[in-house]
Design a protein around this ligand. Structure first.
Ligand SMILES: NC(=O)c1ccc[n+]([C@@H]2O[C@H](COP(=O)([O-])OP(=O)(O)OC[C@H]3O[C@@H](n4cnc5c(N)ncnc54)[C@H](O)[C@@H]3O)[C@@H](O)[C@H]2O)c1
Length: 251
């Protein structure tokens, strides 16, 4: 499905980002695994899938770092066909009543989860325009489509991702660059364990109970939707947020 496509996945060192990188490589993509943490494990998974990829140290909040990521991708593979904006602060954020959220945590959530996506989009749009095509997939969340309480910094940042997706899709449509979002429900990842802490099992159970499909989402469940959005199979789809939440929020 992604034969020969050059796809950047941010936040690819672990969890869902790692699953995207490895599975996209298995579908024939040349993968750029970018993260603030080392991506060695992800690159091993890319190789094991029979694919090709490079790892890049990236801080999405730093435009110089983001620009360097785009330059390194172009140097390695000559073009950028797809970008998956998956990097986010999630497990690192502390939940609680909205009045109690620390200002530094609020600012960090916005810097990584929102400004980080803006930065990465700015870095890839030049090469995509030049090529006359591109697909950007932003990772939103059930937190936004449902309206998750007690983590308002996270919920708000993910709602911003949906707004950014819609506005940017309209700006970039004339360049044949598509912008869409994927909104997963709670996925079994280290990030989820860190995020819910002692309340993890109960939270996962509640999310599962609200789904039409009564099992917990696995990172690999998200790969098909993201790959479809990156491929020409979705050539006329832009500005959309696709819920991969086992039928929780129904449009
Ligand atoms: N796990 C879930 O239940 C769930 C549900 C809905 C949406 N999501 C979203 O899916 C994505 C992946 O979730 P996950 O559970 O794999 O999270 P995770 O915390 O395991 O992974 C996030 C990755 O982003 C990286 N990262 C953080 N700050 C960065 C920065 N400044 N620059 C570059 N990389 C940075 C981290 O190092 C990490 O590897 C996130 O956008 C998350 O908000 C997750």
């Amino acid at each position: 499905m992604l034969e020969g496509r050059v796809v950047i996945v941010t936040g690819a060192a672990r969890g869902i980002g790692q699953a995207y990188a490895a599975r996209f490589a298995g579908m024939g993509a040349k993968v750029v695994a970018a993260d603030i943490s080392p991506c060695d494990e992800t690159l091993a998974a890319v190789k094991a899938a029979g694919g090709e990829g490079i790892g890049i140290n990236l801080d999405v909040t730093d435009m110089r770092s983001v620009a360097a990521m785009a330059e390194r991708t172009l140097a390695a593979f000559g073009r950028i066909d797809g970008l998956v904006n998956n990097a986010a602060l999630y497990g690192a954020l502390k939940g609680g009543k909205f009045e109690a959220i620390e200002e530094a945590q609020w600012d960090a959530a916005m810097a990584v989860n929102v400004k980080g996506i803006w930065n990465c989009c700015k870095a890839v749009v030049g090469p995509m325009r030049k090529a006359g095509a591109g697909s950007i997939v932003n990772i939103a969340s059930l937190a936004a489509t449902y309206g998750m309480p007690y983590a308002l910094h996270y919920t708000t940042s993910k709602a911003a991702v949906i707004g950014l997706t819609r506005g940017l899709a309209r700006e970039l449509g004339r360049d044949n660059i598509r912008v869409n979002s994927v909104a997963p429900s709670a996925v079994a990842t280290e990030g989820t364990r860190e995020f819910f802490g002692a309340k993890h099992d109960k939270a996962i159970e509640t999310v599962r109970d609200n789904q039409s499909i009564k099992r917990t989402l696995d990172p690999t469940d998200l790969v098909g939707t993201a790959a479809w959005l990156l491929s020409d199979m979705s050539a006329f789809v832009t500005g959309q947020t696709i819920s991969v939440d086992g039928g929780t929020v129904l449009l």
